[in-house]
Design a binder for this molecule. Structure first.
Ligand code: SF4
Length: 629
């Protein structure tokens, strides 16, 4: 008996319309535990070498973790992975809500989709009944509209994920949407589902999950909820959620502004968490079993219309807000709504719109190309560009490739301000004076994504002479004066980056949200005890789990090496803007990252990881982690 697991892997061959169920492999559980561990293993082992992201044979993997679906704080995360159209390498994305929980209650820890449905379809899962059903009537429609319609058709107790028109049109940063505002946003995961002609999945699960010690789990679960409520971060973090960090990022010169031309704006107060509470919020909204609901569901009113939308959270505020110079929280929320309906990742969408606006500013894209005179800070312009991208009309067809692909087509010097790593757009932390943060972005397996590493607080503390381990809340409450931040020291950032790169994705293995640990300080011991009650196995968080997290890091690096012909060091470089242009204003004015520092950090990082000078894991490193590749 595999306690803590539903026990089955679901395989759906869309081309042959075949559904198979096989027992969950105990060796996968023993070696990779769950979630991100499963997806990395399966993609390496089962995805055909060299398969194109939109080839029907590209696998689309959904995996839950051993803690998913148990009544534990925030155990509602679902992990998705596929070969990314944005990077051509390993890609994954994570989503809250209630979808994965129901997959597990239906009996499945893993679902692997292969092939391509002949016509637009959706996947229907009701415990043991799994069907590929027609979805012609939903094709072309918005994400929320389809979710609502499917719930009406099937019943409110079905949990639905959808793609929008952007996914159908294979936009490289199309997302998956669920629960009227939750997304698996990154790496073009929605475009791969669209390439398989899958518009949606609907699942209802009613079975139970066997656990090793039910009474102990209930007791520990209750204790964990109580502990969350008692944490000092609980009161401070929950009301605004991630949006609460906006002003701090602006104060420390890390808020992407005007396509990362700078890192500070003078209107952060108008697009921060408090502005959301005052102007938009109707209610808090959270994922399954979450004690600190960070979603803020609200109403935005603009000249383009009035909409209901969840968010925006920090990444959207920074990348669609200040990065496109939208200085009104209603406008940012409205653009957020458009992205959600069209099925676009707000991080990449904001980065691509800002890139397009700068191309227009520099004459690389004309008004004629664009179809209107677009301007920074103008909601109409942002909405226009988003719709061009989603429908792939005109210049939108090029922008749909993401900033890397678009820069290759547009030419000029646009590659210098295409802000990405490996083809994935950089998220909401400008890092020219944050060497640890920059190194984390540079070396992440999926491209420039903060979900893999966040050490900005340490970078700032290091620069201003504070404790290098200080967390962001200490710095905020410390009220330090950030009028001028000295140049940060890049030495000694590697251990912090490695620690963060192993820690943050560890929660994606267990199937829980990381924010209870990261933001309010829930101790790792709770996870160890919950894991024991669920599975009957001991798991030391700081040794066993982080070692597995490290092993996955090597495995995904090898996947990228296998799939990208010239993969190596050059794929880890940041965009030229960060080492060629100084920051023009704000507390980091005058700072730029030296290219020699970038090289030095990579040398140190590769050495610490056991990779060669081109960034490839050595044979002995792979052997040390039991990877026979
Ligand atoms: Fe979901 Fe936010 Fe709760 Fe995490 S903290 S489980 S993202 S509502």
């Amino acid at each position: 008996m595999l306690y803590g697991y539903a026990g089955w892997t679901l395989r759906i061959d869309l081309s042959r319309r075949q559904v198979e169920k096989e027992p969950l492999k105990p060796e996968w559980v023993d070696e990779f535990v769950g979630g991100r561990g499963f997806t990395s293993k399966i993609l390496y082992d089962e995805n055909p070498q060299g398969v194109e992201p939109f080839d029907p044979e590209n696998r689309f993997v959904i995996a839950m973790g051993p803690l998913s679906g148990l009544f534990l704080p925030a155990s509602g995360k679902t992990h998705f992975a596929t070969k990314s159209p944005a990077t051509g390498g390993y890609g994954d994305s994570n989503m809250g809500g209630h979808f994965g929980v129901n997959m597990k209650y239906a009996g499945y820890d893993i679902a692997i989709l292969s092939g391509k449905a002949e016509t637009p379809s959706y996947i229907f899962i009701d415990d043991d009944t799994v069907e590929i059903r027609p979805a012609d009537q939903y094709w072309g429609k918005g994400s929320t509209e389809v979710e609502e319609a499917l719930k009406k058709e099937l019943g409110e107790d079905f949990q639905v994920l959808t793609i929008g028109p952007a996914g159908e049109n294979r936009v490289n940063f199309a997302c998956i949407s669920h629960d009227f505002g939750r997304q698996a946003g990154r790496i073009g995961i929605g475009a791969v589902l669209g390439s398989k002609n899958i518009k949606a999945m609907a699942v209802r699960g009613t079975k139970s999950i066997p656990v090793f010690d039910p009474k102990g789990l209930l007791k520990k679960g209750k204790e964990t909820y109580a502990a969350c409520r008692e944490k000092p971060g609980f009161e401070g973090w929950t009301p605004e959620g991630t949006a609460g960090i906006t002003n701090w990022c602006n104060d420390v010169g890390a808020l992407p502004t005007r396509n990362f031309q700078t890192s500070h704006c003078d209107y952060a107060d108008q697009i921060n968490g408090k502005a959301i509470l005052k102007e938009l919020k109707i209610t808090d909204k959270g994922c399954f079993a979450c004690p600190i609901p960070c979603g803020k569901y609200g109403r935005a009113k603009t000249k383009l219309g009035e909409v209901y939308v969840e968010g925006p959270e920090y990444e959207t505020l920074s990348l669609i807000g200040s990065n496109c110079e939208l200085s009104d929280v209603h406008a940012v929320a409205y653009a957020n709504y458009i992205c959600d309906e069209l099925g676009l990742d707000t991080c990449s969408a904001g980065a691509v719109v800002a890139f397009a606006l700068e191309c227009c500013e520099k004459g690389l894209i004309t008004t004629e190309d664009m179809g209107m005179d677009v301007k920074w800070g103008d909601l109409e312009s942002v909405a226009h560009i988003l719709k061009l991208i989603s429908s792939r009309q005109g210049i939108g067809d090029i922008l749909a490739l993401g900033v890397k692909g678009a820069a290759e087509k547009i030419g000029g010097d646009s590659d210098k301000f295409a802000i990405h790593v490996k083809g994935l757009e950089w998220t909401g932390y400008e890092s020219r004076n944050a060497p640890g943060m920059m190194l984390g972005y540079m070396t992440a397996d999926v491209g420039a994504h903060h979900s893999r590493c966040w050490v900005l607080g340490s970078d700032v503390a290091n620069a201003v002479g504070g404790n290098k381990d200080a967390n962001v809340h200490d710095l905020i409450s410390g009220g330090a004066d950030f009028d001028r931040i000295p140049k940060a020291d890049h030495r000694n950032v590697v251990p912090l980056v490695l620690k963060s790169q192993h820690l943050r994705p560890a929660f994606d293995i267990l199937g829980t949200c990381r924010l209870q640990y990261m933001e309010i300080g829930l101790e790792t011991e709770y996870y160890e005890e919950l894991y024991y009650c669920a599975t009957g196995k001991k798991l030391d968080f700081n040794t066993d789990l982080l070692t597995l997290s490290e092993k996955i890091w090597h495995l995904n690096r090898m996947y990228n090496k296998r799939e990208i012909p010239d993969f190596g060091r050059k794929y880890d470089y940041p965009p030229p803007r960060f080492y060629e242009e100084t920051i023009p204003n704000g507390p980091n004015k005058g700072h730029v990252m030296d290219f020699e520092v970038i090289e030095q950090m990579l040398d140190d990082y590769y050495a610490a990881r056991g990779w060669d000078e081109n960034g490839i894991p050595t044979r002995s490193t792979l052997e040390k982690h039991g990877l026979k590749l």
